[in-house]
Design a protein around this ligand. Sequence first.
Ligand SMILES: [Zn+2]
Length: 310
Amino acid sequence: MTDASPALRPYVGRFAPSPSGPLHAGSIATALGSWLDARAHGGRWLVRIEDIDPPREQTGAAQAILNTLQRLGLHWDDTPLRQSAHLDRFEHALRSLEAGGQVYPCGCTRREIADSQSSGSAGGALHAERPYPGTCRAGLAPGRQARAWRLRVAPGVVQFNDRCLGSQAQEVSREVGDFVVRRADGLWAYQLAVVIDDAAQGVTDVVRGADLLGSTARQLLLTRTLGLPEPRYMHLPVVLAADGHKLSKQNGALAVDDQPPLLVLGQAMTHLGKHLGFDAPQISGAPPLQNWLAQATETWARRFGILRAF
Ligand SMILES: [Zn+2]
C-alpha cells in the first residue's frame, strides 16, 4: 500500500540532471516546466545531480548546471543532492528486494543476451532492446558468476496517468522482461536510483522529458514492489534538433550561457507552449527575469487548472 495520494501531500518537484555536460535547450525546457509546475502549485523544487555513472560524467558539469539554473532565475529549495553521496540507500534497497526474493543475480553477458535474441533477425544490435529472455531466473547455471541483479517482473499491465499524455499502459514483463537494478559493472541502474531518491526526497511530482516515458512503468513497478508512495508523472515534449533527433551536446546545442537569460527562457517556454497549447509571456520591453517567471507561472497554472491558494 502507498500512503496519501500525491494530491494530498505537499507538492515536491525536482529536476534531476546527470552531469554529463552543460544544460542545452532541451534540458532547459524540462527544467523550466518542472520549476513552473512546482511554483504554480506553491510547492518546493529540488535539484538532484544524478552522478552515479562516472564514465559518462564530465568534470565541472554539475557546478556548470547549477550556475546556469541560477543565471536563469530557476532557484531551488534545499541544498542540491548528489546521488553519489548516499549509495548506501541503493544497497539497502537491493538487500531488501533480495530478502523478498524479488531480485536475482544474472550471469549473462550482453553478447549472450543479444545472441539469444538475434536468431532470425539480420544485423541485430548487440545491446538488449528486446526482453531479457529470463535465462537466470531459476538460478545461475553451474560455474556462472553473478554479474548484474534483475527485478523479477510478474506478468500484467502497468497503468498510470500522465498529466500531459493521459492514460498510459505498458506490459513490462513482455516488452522489457526482468530488468537490471544493479549493473554488471557494479554501478546502480538508473531505474533503481531514481525511484529510491524520489521517495527519499518526498517527491510527489515527476515532471521530465518524454524521452523517459518508456521507463516510467519500470519505475512504478519498483516503487510498488518497495512499498513506496507513487509520484504523479508529467512528461514534457522533447526539444528536437534541426535534424529531428533528440537535442544533445553532440548535435550542436547552442551554449545557453552565451545567450541572454530571457531569450533562453523565452525559447524554452515557446517550445513547451507550442506542444502544450499556451503562449509564452512577451519578452518585448525586457521585463526583469522575476516578472517574466511570475507571468510564466501564471500561464502554466491556467493551462493546467492549478488552483493557486497562496
Ligand atoms: Zn542472465
